[in-house]
Design a protein around this ligand. Structure first.
Ligand SMILES: [Zn+2]
Ligand SMILES: [Zn+2]
Length: 355
């Protein structure tokens, strides 16, 4: 089969023939129908993450937001059959540790990150193996296109889990979202669906316009604000600060702005991972956070066991991940589309639908 392989950090991915995957006894293999291109792929491609012992190995097939049709099933799999259409969260649980059994498979003690490690080759490929499929695979509802489902493996689900399960967004909360890439725009859309008043922050008017389409009530262009101006603008719009603020990018400035724009007892949600500027650490005003009772929460992906609620919201049209998808591209386009992320040149979510 054809796949996009990482041969050297920062060099174009190589599209080439590789051996077809076989299912493990507890896994399945799907024919990939869609796989979103995500900033996490870009981080992997750049070789980021060695500061957290999380650098993707050379030779990796990238791609971690797959949806497709099951082609082959391991002999210990019970819940998934050949011909089923499934989506797959990138952070795979094994299903039997204490975290998995308590519904937190996204932080499994011995989990796998699809598309980021040698034991879990990714989905920028015609076929992809899905380990521990009974636990991880999510059946696609009838009528949902693969492109709509692809971002559910990562960005849309990450935004939903973070907002709904980690910072517990409530109707009427002011929610500020810093960075309107794929996960940021997803957060805007989900926060709006949960009944929040949403403020989108970015440097790019095109992304802010997209955020408005997706449900943002207010926008702040950070380029037009002086130093320290973004938190001040948000405090002005919210009569004292946001209840919830999201760093959907992961650079020092957006992280600090997010913490600084909160009202007392506000909740910060960290979704973005850092770049080689921050190398995994950002300094924060901990005294002010203590005095103001600020909560800082990290969030990673979504447990497979919580997808039902999101699928019901999609079914009723409360959320519509398809609105995030701005381009459908082919496997051969992946190297170029990743490179376009280096200068933040993509708007919305781009999905590979041609393999
Ligand atoms: Zn992703
Ligand atoms: Zn586990």
């Amino acid at each position: 089969m054809e796949a996009a392989v990482l041969d050297a950090y920062g060099e174009p991915l190589d599209i080439r023939e590789v051996p077809d995957p076989e299912p493990d006894p507890r896994g399945v293999v799907i024919e990939t129908e869609a796989c979103g291109i995500c900033r996490s792929d870009w981080h992997a491609w750049q070789g980021h993450g060695e500061w957290a012992d999380d650098r993707v190995p050379i030779g990796q097939i990238l791609g971690h937001e797959p949806a497709g049709t099951v082609l082959a099933v391991g002999d210990r799999v019970e819940r998934i059959g050949v011909g089923d259409r499934i989506a797959v969260p990138f952070n795979l649980g094994r299903g039997d540790c204490a975290h998995c059994r308590n519904g937190h498979g996204n932080v499994c003690s011995d989990g796998l990150a699809l598309g980021f490690e040698a034991d879990a080759p990714g989905a920028f490929a015609e076929r992809v193996a899905v380990p521990y499929a009974d636990y991880n695979a999510v059946h696609l509802p009838e009528g949902v296109s693969p492109a709509e489902m692809a971002s559910l493996g990562c960005r849309f689900a990450t935004a939903y889990h973070g907002l709904a399960h980690r910072v517990d967004v409530e109707a009427g909360d002011w929610v500020a979202v810093h960075g309107c890439g794929g996960v940021g725009l997803s957060a805007v859309h989900v926060a709006d669906a949960l009944g929040a008043n949403v403020i989108a922050v970015d440097l790019d008017d095109q992304k802010l316009a997209k955020a408005t389409d997706l449900g943002a009530d207010e926008t702040v262009n950070a380029r037009e604000e002086a130093d320290g101006g973004v938190p001040e603008a948000i405090r002005g719009l919210t009569d004292g600060g946001a209840h919830v603020s999201v760093d959907a990018l992961g650079v020092a400035e957006t992280c600090r702005n997010s913490v600084a724009c909160l009202r007392k007892r506000g909740r910060h949600l960290q979704l973005g991972l850092t770049t080689d500027e921050e190398r995994g650490a950002v300094s924060l005003p901990t005294d002010a956070m203590t005095m103001r009772e600020i909560t800082f929460l990290g969030s990673r992906g979504m447990p497979p066991t919580r997808y039902d609620e999101l699928l019901r919201m999609m079914d009723r049209g409360t959320v519509s991940p398809a609105e995030l998808v701005t381009a459908e591209v082919s496997l051969g386009d992946v190297p170029d589309r990743l490179a376009a992320m280096s200068d933040y040149g993509t708007v919305g979510i781009e999905v590979v639908t041609e393999f």
